[in-house]
Design a protein around this ligand. Structure first.
Ligand code: GLU
Length: 297
């Protein structure tokens, strides 16, 4: 078996790639090169309503234009729903997930009734626990009737179960961009509340598919933006519960626009495509995001 580190870039094909994506992809690719590692690409297209094959084709084209090379085949998450379903079933069989039939409206109502609603690291109100501990008969009846529902993590139980398995704090190792160990962080999955692990509309969630795929693809080094730093708490929790190996992490800084806002697809920030159409070269893109050319000191 290869002992080379394995890196990946995992974009969602729901829009054009912008400078922030280019930076993220290049950080991962450069780090893989520097550490003699392999580089994989994964298309995170579980959101079948928003992801489109045209965007995927453009992503592959943009990344190749940037000078990235990845191993084939590219893993496409929408082709692996069964695998995620199995992973969720393993958690559910141990009583770590519960069905939640609540609508957005019901959740919003319960949240506004709370005197001091708590928020998760993304700033969203914590799920108020509707259906946690609901009578079994009612749950079974509604499930048998085919009522749409999500599966949520019973956070308290999950943390207790992880503690039992790991026998220690849930933690992760953060690396600097040059691959040196920077710090060991204690994960605090508790701040996410009873997160959705299986969505109502698709048989998985971002969190579940990421940890399952990183393990299946043998990813040893997860590099991604600081905006996902807190998500790593949940990922480490799921990895322990599903007996998956622990990757090393590098959360890189985010590329901001002139006003200091984080770039996003929804803001129609300058796409790589439009920069390229205006004459930018891959070397210009590297300069724009503050990266040296590979091999440059
Ligand atoms: N698909 C995620 C995104 O486009 C990245 C997931 C990850 O790197 O863990 O933001």
């Amino acid at each position: 078996m290869s002992t080379r580190p394995i890196f990946r870039f995992a974009p969602s094909p729901n829009g054009e790639l912008h400078l922030g994506h280019a930076y993220s992809a290049l950080v991962s690719f450069d780090m893989a090169r520097r550490l003699g590692g392999r580089f994989l690409l994964r298309i995170e297209d579980i959101d079948v309503g928003r992801c489109r094959p045209e965007f995927e084709a453009r992503i592959l084209e943009d990344l190749a234009w940037l000078g990235l090379e990845w191993e084939e085949p590219v893993r496409r998450q929408s082709e692996h729903f069964e695998t995620y379903r199995d992973a969720a079933a393993r958690l559910e069989d141990r009583g770590l997930l519960y069905p939640c039939f609540a609508t957005r409206k019901e959740i919003a109502k319960a949240v506004s009734a709370a005197s001091e609603p708590l928020t998760d690291p993304d700033g969203a109100p914590l799920y108020p626990g509707l259906y946690r501990g609901a009578p079994r008969a009612e749950i079974e009846r509604r499930r048998a009737a085919g009522e749409a529902h999500a599966l949520r993590l019973d956070l308290e139980r999950a943390v207790a179960a992880a503690w039992e398995r790991a026998g220690a704090d849930i933690a992760f190792t953060e690396l600097a961009a040059d691959g040196r160990h920077e710090a060991v962080h204690t994960a605090e999955p508790g701040r996410w509340g009873d997160t959705v692990i299986v969505r109502k509309d698709v048989p998985t969630s971002y969190h579940l598919s990421v940890v399952v795929d990183d393990a299946l693809q043998g990813v040893t080094h997860v590099t991604r933006g600081r905006d996902l730093f807190a998500a790593t708490d949940l990922h480490r929790l799921l990895q322990i519960l599903l007996d998956l190996p622990e990757p090393l992490y590098h959360h890189h800084g985010l590329i901001a626009d002139a006003e200091g806002r984080k770039l996003s697809k929804s803001h129609e920030d300058r796409s790589l495509r439009s920069l390229r159409d205006h004459g930018a070269t891959p070397a210009d893109i590297r300069r724009m995001v503050g990266l040296r050319a590979l091999g440059e000191r």
